[in-house]
Write a protein that binds this ligand. Structure first.
Ligand SMILES: C[S@@+](CC[C@H](N)C(=O)[O-])C[C@H]1O[C@@H](n2cnc3c(N)ncnc32)[C@H](O)[C@@H]1O
Length: 414
């Protein structure tokens, strides 16, 4: 059996799920422009969490080999992205991205732009100019408690999320995000218990009595203090520095889209918005220029019907890899024997330690179609060496992805 490098630009993942998705690896503006012919006026919700003009570099902690996965510790910190554009370059990039997002939004669509105190005043003015001051719905303050405390000024413990509509007929659904408050409102109110045993509070204002039941769902205000940021050891953590919590995106996706709508995140990072959309039955489109994100997305998007489009240069380094194909009862069993990658900084280990995830499937005219896949996890740290693929006519293929986010595709010549 021979093995031949294949230049793949589209990787298809199919499942029986109803959700459709697309992820494009590359520059936000460039890829948004490419989406216009098919998606202009069709996106219900844009969420974006661009860099914040911090001047910093951001990393991803990747686990190398079974031992690090098992312990959930150690690993290499690989640079994911730099947030070092000048203010001028940053705002010019954002202007282009926001204008394209506006074109992609449906007339009843909405956009949430997540920033912090540094970018906020500049982005607010930019949004007012592009979307119109009258279309600002909220300046949401997301308050969290994680991180250290400053002694030189008050600790900075909030982000700002600017929420605009595209036009007056927007489809906002507050009922979808009402929740029973953790602490009931007690201030200056009398406590009562009704004949059914339900606790309520009452207050008299201007001759009228207002009552509030403790177990009644309440809509959040524009100050969100009930959604915690990811903790150091949070099981949700993917290792991606700027990852946001799923609960935050769950609230945004619920109130600003409905099942079957399209949700777009042009700075998708670890894919939190895409996972929230998938879980809530929304279709999704994500873009990011960091290749490391693809390895995270293959884990987070499992169960959706999605494709990854990779405009990046195909990797040049040819790994050594042996694959045996045994036709079974209606299946091919594909075994991964070796995959050697020269990674600076990687500890000496087993030959397959550099493999983060791999899959097997078929080469099709539209790209590489994944039929079986495996990604290491804390539960399954050891690389599964064999994948079974239904025996169809067509060219068998595999994709092996290393811990740095490079994906190598091969067609298997039988
Ligand atoms: C703050 S992070 C997003 C984090 C994400 N919300 C999450 O939960 O993981 C910003 C992302 O923007 C990406 N990025 C920065 N400039 C970009 C550009 N011009 N085009 C595409 N992606 C870009 C970075 O690679 C990074 O992943």
């Amino acid at each position: 059996m021979g093995i031949r490098r294949a230049e793949v630009h589209t990787e298809w993942h199919e499942s029986s799920g109803a959700v459709k998705g697309l992820f494009r690896l590359g520059d936000a503006a460039e890829n948004l422009r490419a989406l216009l012919p098919e998606y202009a006026g069709r996106i219900k919700l844009v969420y974006m969490d661009p860099p914040f003009m911090t001047g910093d570099r951001f990393y991803m902690r990747v686990r190398v080999g079974a031992e690090q996965w098992r312990r959930g510790k150690g690993g290499m910190a690989i640079e994911a992205f730099q947030d070092r554009l000048s203010r001028e370059a940053y705002l010019s990039m954002l202007r282009e991205v926001l204008s394209l997002c506006r074109e992609l939004l449906s007339d009843d669509g909405m956009i949430f732009v997540h920033i912090d105190y540094r970018a906020h005043p500049h982005v607010r003015l930019l949004m007012d100019e592009l979307f119109g001051e009258d279309n600002l719905l909220n300046e949401i303050i997301w308050v969290y408690q994680t991180g250290g405390r400053s002694v030189r000024h008050f600790s900075r413990k909030h982000d700002v999320i600017l929420f605009y509509r595209k036009g007056p007929e927007y489809d906002f659904n507050i009922d979808a995000v009402k929740a029973v408050p953790v602490k009931p409102r007690t201030n200056h109110m009398r406590r009562h218990v009704d004949p059914d045993g339900r606790v309520y509070r009452s207050v008299r204002v201007g001759g009228r009595v207002y009552t509030y039941y403790d177990d009644e769902p309440v809509a959040p205000s524009d100050v969100w203090q009930d959604l915690s940021h990811l903790q150091q050891k949070d099981p949700e953590r993917t290792g991606y520095d700027a990852q946001k919590p799923l609960a935050l995106l769950d609230r945004i996706v619920r109130c600003a889209s409905r099942k079957g709508d399209w949700v777009l995140d042009p700075f998708a990072g670890s894919g939190t918005a895409l996972e929230a959309a998938k879980r809530l039955g929304r279709n999704f489109i994500g873009i990011d220029k960091c290749p490391l994100t693809v390895n995270i997305l293959r884990r987070r998007l499992a169960g959706a019907d999605y494709r990854i489009e990779c405009e990046a240069e195909p990797p040049r380094q040819a790994p050594v890899c042996e694959v045996s194909v045994c036709p079974g009862v209606g299946f091919y069993h594909i075994r991964l024997e070796r995959f050697d990658v020269d990674l600076t900084g990687m500890p000496e280990g087993e030959a397959l330690d550099a493999v983060d995830n791999w899959s097997a499937g078929y080469m099709k005219p539209e790209g590489y179609r994944v039929m079986a896949e495996f990604a290491r996890s804390r539960r399954e740290p050891q690389l599964l060496r064999e994948l079974a693929v239904p025996a169809y006519a067509g060219e068998l293929a595999i994709c092996v992805s290393d811990v740095t986010g490079r994906s190598f595709y091969y067609a298997l010549e039988r």
